[in-house]
Design a protein around this ligand. Structure first.
Ligand code: SAH
Ligand code: SF4
Length: 384
């Protein structure tokens, strides 16, 4: 089988070229052709000597992913469905804004964490994507958009690992993909503009801080272990205290001086004013009231899907919740929902997943478990 050159970061490509008996600067040239110019044919790489092109042709290829569907939203958002074989498909979403272009990328076909409010989680888990499959989403989108928008310069300025999957449960494939995104000979993205979003895989957060510190978003969703255990099952393994300590430690290496907490607003479940106060107490518990700025909150309106049995918080409730956090000095934003007319909004990405681990079945069972009320008299608390 031919090696797929999208699998390699620059170090990996240099090692590959070394095996072909070629010098390191050839790897840099090749890397630039592939990622900066979007080339997939070695014939197009005219400044590489013919014998080298021939060696490459017999040993390797630049193998992207087949796009099986494209959806365009009225707001300019574009969603692509990529076939990754054996009945699995993953999605990536481009979100244009005035001052930036963000690509949301998938890291796994499905997800094994199984969060209650996430449609990927409900589908179960099939497999990890390889580095080449993660990078192929960016490689395709960037060069497609340049052609489509007739732009010579860079279109995608930000990448968020917020598509399907838990990136930190696919660590070995993720890190070379991140390095390719950051490399000046490839996409040259700033570390501050590449965000890994995680449900809280503590040991891998620690490794990411050492290996490739990029911006970090942590999906919090609850102020207490009792509630978080139920919404984000990984919390049973890595509870809040451990998670919060790891977040604070990450700041020593992070490219930004804050961690973003994502919080999906679920009606009557995690959106009560008392819970906002509990969040303030939680984050103050780690750096004290004098530094509320070590984290920011991004409140995400819940994007419903039928199997969840959940509903989103009313807008006024989200605003009230945001006010409590804001009054305590915590910078809080409410995420604009983009692309919901094409099911491209957060948590709506579903692709196609052949569940091999029965995560989907486990979630269905859990739905019958009653949530213990987390606050004694929390009005509006719902069973989920
Ligand atoms: N697995 C990672 C990244 C993918 S999910 C993580 O959980 O962080 C990206 C974001 O979408 C997370 O913050 C997740 O909590 C949120 N999300 C999932 N389902 C959602 C839904 N139905 N509505 C709104 N946000 C959702
Ligand atoms: Fe997986 Fe993230 Fe969805 Fe949870 S929210 S199931 S971790 S993709």
């Amino acid at each position: 089988m031919l090696a797929n050159l999208l699998e390699y970061d620059l170090e990996g490509l240099a090692a590959f070229c070394d095996r072909l008996g070629e010098k390191r600067f050839r790897a840099t040239q090749l890397f630039r052709w592939i990622h900066q110019r979007g080339a997939s044919s070695f014939d197009a790489m005219t400044d590489l000597a013919k014998p080298l092109r021939e060696k490459l042709r017999v040993s390797s290829e630049v193998r992207g992913l087949a796009v099986t569907a494209e959806h365009r939203s009225a707001d300019g958002t574009i969603k692509w469905l990529f076939d990754v074989g054996a009945g699995n498909a993953v999605e990536a979403v481009f979100i244009p804004e005035d001052d930036r272009g963000t690509l949301c990328i998938s890291s796994q076909a499905g997800c094994a964490v199984g969060c209650r409010f996430c449609s990927t989680g409900h589908q179960g888990f099939s497999r990890n994507l390889g580095t080449g499959e993660i990078v192929a989403q960016l490689w395709f989108a960037e060069h497609f958009l340049r052609r489509h928008l007739r732009r010579g310069d860079r279109v995608i300025s930000n990448v968020v690992m917020m598509g399907m999957g838990e990136p930190l449960q696919n660590y070995t494939a993720l890190v070379p993909a991140l390095r390719t995104m950051l490399d000046d000979h490839a996409y040259g993205l700033s570390r501050r503009r590449v965000t890994v979003s995680t449900s809280g895989v503590v040991p891998m957060m620690e490794r990411l801080a050492r290996d490739c510190p990029v911006a970090l978003a942590v999906s919090l969703h609850a102020p207490t272990d009792a509630l978080r255990d139920n919404l984000v099952p990984l919390n049973r393994k890595y509870p809040l205290d451990e998670l919060m300590r790891t977040c604070v430690a990450y700041l020593d290496r992070a490219p930004r001086d804050f961690i973003t907490f994502e919080y999906c607003m679920l009606d009557g479940v995690n959106d009560q004013v008392e819970q906002a106060h509990a969040l303030v107490e939680l984050v103050r518990g780690y750096t004290g009231p004098s530094n509320p700025n070590w984290c920011k909150f991004n409140l995400i309106p819940f994007n419903p899907f039928p199997a969840s049995g959940l509903t989103g918080s009313p807008r006024a409730q989200i605003a009230m919740f945001a006010r409590v956090l804001g009054d305590a000095g915590i910078v809080t934003t409410i995420r604009k929902t983009r692309g919901d007319d094409i099911e491209a909004a957060c948590g709506q990405l579903a692709g196609d997943v052949k569940d091999r681990t029965h995560v989907a079945g486990r979630i269905a069972q859990q739905r019958t478990i009653m949530l213990k009320p987390i606050l004694p008299a929390a009005s509006g608390q719902k069973e989920i």
